[in-house]
Ligand binder design. Structure first.
Ligand SMILES: [Zn+2]
Length: 234
């Protein structure tokens, strides 16, 4: 759990934004960029291990606006939300704050190697399986056609009904395999993608963003998160 206390820099004529984490304060913005109606301890932002952010008003009469509307004491937010403080709506640049706080931190990403490789293998296996199922479905398709041909052209009245039954059975098998391919495979693929999306994320709890566009080897080579700039080690 990461906890940030956010407010106006104290003891100066032209305050900047003060962000305190573990008793250490860092300042953001140019002098005078933060209006006086932002309190010295205006709000607390907590970020959990799952990267969920909670904004909490630290006094009863502070103003916090989330996406333009007045927020009650405590509210869940995401990085996409706009957070504004005080009646004059000073806008918090969470992206810059997180990048600055994260740049000094480093995280091991070793566990992401198995996640990435596992996903690639699963995806490949799924494609092979789908190809096999498609090839397999051709067989009952062809057998069904042959049975229809036999029913139409063979004059023998004893064989005819059997040929018609066979044609129907093969057509059914063909349809079942095709249906499986069309429904179960996309469902499994989606589940696989969802699990990957959940696990292949930046280990920095302040960030936690999905790193899907970057292969594991690339992450190791780049040595940092493309979003929060925290350092990655193996
Ligand atoms: Zn990150």
């Amino acid at each position: 759990m990461i906890e940030l206390i956010i407010g106006r820099e104290s003891g100066v004529e032209n305050p900047r934004l003060a962000v305190t984490q573990n008793g250490q304060t860092q300042y953001f913005g140019t002098p005078g960029s933060v209006p006086k109606d932002v309190s010295r301890k205006h709000c607390r932002i907590q970020v959990g291990a799952d990267s969920k952010m909670v904004v909490e008003d630290l006094t009863d009469n502070n103003f916090i606006y989330i996406n333009g509307s007045d927020c009650k004491r405590k509210v869940d937010v995401s990085l996409a939300d706009t957070i504004e403080l005080g009646p004059s709506k000073y806008r918090l640049d969470m992206d810059t704050i997180i990048k600055t706080l994260s740049a000094k931190q480093s995280f091991s990403i070793k566990h992401l190697e198995a996640v990435y490789d596992g996903y690639q293998k699963e995806k490949f296996d799924m494609q092979v399986k789908q190809g096999k199922l498609n090839a397999l479905s051709a067989l009952p398709g062809v057998l069904s056609m042959i049975s229809i041909g036999a029913a139409v052209f063979l004059q023998n009245q004893n064989i005819r009904p059997w040929a018609i039954i066979l044609a129907a059975v093969f057509a059914l098998v063909f349809a079942v395999i095709r249906y499986r391919n069309a429904t179960i495979v996309p469902l499994k693929t989606r589940r696989m993608d969802d699990a990957f999306r959940e696990k292949y994320v930046c280990p920095n709890p302040l960030c936690g963003r999905f790193l899907g566009a970057t292969p594991y080897k690339e992450l190791v080579k780049n040595r940092s998160c493309p979003y929060c700039r925290s350092k990655f080690t193996e």
